[in-house]
Ligand binder design. Structure first.
Ligand SMILES: [Zn+2]
Length: 234
């Protein structure tokens, strides 16, 4: 095999490794965002459950105050009843009292409904809070893991780039330029093997003349179809 090809294969290997590491780093922020979104969803669930409970408590309090107001009014009417001597007025007050008693009954029924809803909401709140707490723990661990991974990848990348620079120094400057252009434009696939006279980059059959040149391994040969650098692997 041509020495240049050997050098390029090492370089390509290192460039691919760098590319893989860079991709891992590129995905890290969106992975982190996804984790934070999960956490937010769990927190929102707990907040909503608690808010519903607070709304019910407010409604219960309001009904209690309303019922008490009616009871106070009944008390006043009863006092007035004792003070009046007019039968008509007594009867009118009795009607008011009856009306308010019905109202109180209606309010107390509603209070029972609200209390029942509160009983049902209790386990919902507990469950939502448990889920949120679990999500916080889980996501905190996952984010810590992710950050540790990013740090490790960054360190590996620094080493990989140093290795790459060493390999690049070995390669002829013009050839390095051609290789770099191909590596970037051909999806990290600049130097490819020739198998059964087919380019393993574009999968087209080469002319016999080109295939013979590649097998001869005396000079850098490009695929006529895609321009990639070819080598023959026995
Ligand atoms: Zn090709």
């Amino acid at each position: 095999m041509l020495q240049e090809i050997e050098q390029l294969l090492i370089l390509q290997d290192r460039d691919r490794r760098i590319r893989t590491l860079q991709n891992e780093l590129k995905n890290a922020p969106s992975e982190k965002k996804e984790l934070e979104a999960k956490l937010n969803a769990a927190n929102t669930g707990a907040d909503q459950a608690k808010q519903k409970m607070r709304d019910l408590e407010v409604e219960k309090k309001r009904l209690e105050v309303e019922a008490q107001g009616k009871r106070d009014a009944i008390g006043k009417y009863k006092t007035q009843q004792m003070q009046t001597r007019k039968n008509e007025e007594f009867q009118a007050l009795a009607n008011e009292i009856k009306h308010f008693e019905k109202e109180i009954q209606r309010i107390e029924d509603r209070e029972l409904e609200v209390m029942e809803a509160m009983e049902q909401q209790k386990p919902v709140v507990a469950e939502a809070e448990k889920n949120a707490a679990e999500a916080r723990n889980r996501v905190a661990t996952q984010i810590a893991d992710l950050e540790a991974k990013v740090k490790a990848v960054q360190e590996t990348l620094v080493k990989a780039e140093a290795d790459r620079a060493l390999s690049a120094k070995e390669v002829d400057e013009d050839l390095l330029e051609v290789y770099t252009r191909l590596f970037n434009s051909k999806g990290g696939n600049a130097v490819v093997p020739l198998e059964h006279e087919v380019c393993m980059g574009c999968h087209m059959k080469l002319t016999t003349q080109t295939a013979v040149k590649v097998k001869g391994a005396r000079q850098i040969t490009h695929c006529e179809q895609c321009g990639r650098i070819l080598y023959f692997s026995e």
